[in-house]
Design a protein around this ligand. Structure first.
Ligand SMILES: [Zn+2]
Ligand SMILES: [Zn+2]
Length: 372
């Protein structure tokens, strides 16, 4: 298919484009910017859809975790947004991994490829994070992202999208990839083992879906919002625990006959979550932290040590997890579309961000599209 497209020039690429940029905190502007040019190992993507992530709301208000030119991303003509998909419209020199016309979705991190972490395959932990001149890219964090008409992507950050997958669903691959990477760092042997997921946000809900797709048994989701927990059931949770009604630690113990689970995926960022997770796992169990609390939290470290409990932190979606997440979604092992709730036009980004932040009309994943 891509070979066919290579011979044609069916996409007119303009010189200028519309793009949202950050002003100061909680301030964005729709501006006119040059369309970026793809370099070696890069392609130009026409952005067809982009999902709003909780991290975008964080960047909008506080700047971090985005980092542009070594500092906060404000007033730098910086375009945020990192959960996007689109169509390849132009190829950099010697690119043959993708063709013009291919539908693609993206992962965030292109490591520098030259530091020790990148060389070991840990490109989301690149030691040259933010150093554009050294080749590092994290679109929407350190380099221009997806709330725009076009973006340049390294070929390593792209995944093909099957014809029968909608644009909206394809934007969710990076979220599912993050959940999957969380399970990867826990050791990956998930089938037949108990997994508890704390926090039914987007990553937690897809964490449930991915754990179930990989054969985890049982999958237990804990949280405080009834509707989200119901959604968790539809995504594959065997048990959901409303922490307002039952102590989640006691519930996990009850469900597992007192034994606890092997793995916990912590997606809430709640200050008590690590201590709770440590009580949910069995001896030698493993905990992955995929959300961050707003402030330092006291933890019962002695319990972790006495029980040989492993704690991992993850950032992003490493080890090509987006490719594996896409494989599961393509095979319809779970229906990620359940967490997509709203779609707006690119021009309406402020409204989309408001829906996501205030969870208006039970918003979970809010998507903006160039032409909805
Ligand atoms: Zn995100
Ligand atoms: Zn690197």
């Amino acid at each position: 298919m891509s070979g066919q497209h290579l011979l044609t020039n069916e996409f007119h690429v303009p010189r200028r484009m519309k793009a949202w940029v950050l002003g100061g905190p909680d301030e964005i502007f729709l501006v006119d910017k040059p369309v970026p040019q793809p370099g070696a190992a890069e392609v130009l993507v026409r952005i067809d859809a982009v999902a709003v992530c909780a991290t975008d709301l964080e960047i909008l208000r506080h700047g971090v975790p985005a980092m542009v030119e070594g500092g906060l991303p404000f007033h730098k003509n910086f375009t945020f947004g990192h959960e996007y998909m689109g169509t390849v419209v132009q190829l950099g020199p010697a690119v043959d991994e993708f063709g013009v016309g291919d539908r693609v979705t993206v992962e965030v991190h292109a490591g520098c490829g030259r530091c020790e972490r990148c060389r070991r395959g840990m490109y989301t932990s690149c030691l040259n994070y933010g150093e554009v001149a050294k080749g590092h890219r994290a679109n929407g964090f350190t380099t221009d992202g997806g709330f725009a008409e076009y973006a340049v992507n390294h070929v390593n950050t792209l995944v093909h999208v099957p014809d029968d997958m909608s644009d909206e669903e394809a934007t969710l691959v990076v979220t599912a990839g993050t959940s999957l990477y969380g399970l990867d760092v826990l050791g990956g042997l998930i089938a037949g083992e108990g997994v508890a997921v704390i926090g039914p946000g987007a990553i937690g809900l897809l964490g449930v879906a991915v754990a179930k797709a990989l054969g985890a048994d049982p999958v237990i989701l804990t949280g405080t919002r009834g509707k989200r927990l119901e959604l968790g059931k539809r995504l594959g949770a065997d048990h959901v625990i409303n922490a307002r009604q039952e102590n989640p630690v006691a519930a996990v113990r009850r469900i597992t006959g007192g034994g606890g689970v092997h793995f916990v995926l912590e997606c809430s960022g709640a200050p008590t979550a690590l201590d709770e997770a440590a009580q949910m796992v069995n001896r030698g169990g493993r905990i992955c932290l995929a959300a961050f609390p707003q402030a330092p939290v006291p933890v019962d470290l002695a319990h972790l040590v006495r029980n040989n409990i492993y704690v991992f932190g993850i950032r992003g979606e490493g080890q090509r997890a987006t490719h594996r997440a896409m494989a599961l979604m393509k095979q319809k092992r779970f229906d990620a579309r359940l967490i997509h709730t709203h779609t707006f036009a690119l021009d309406e980004l402020p409204t989309a961000l408001k829906y996501a932040r205030e969870r208006i009309a039970d918003a979970i994943k809010v998507v903006v599209k160039a032409a909805p």
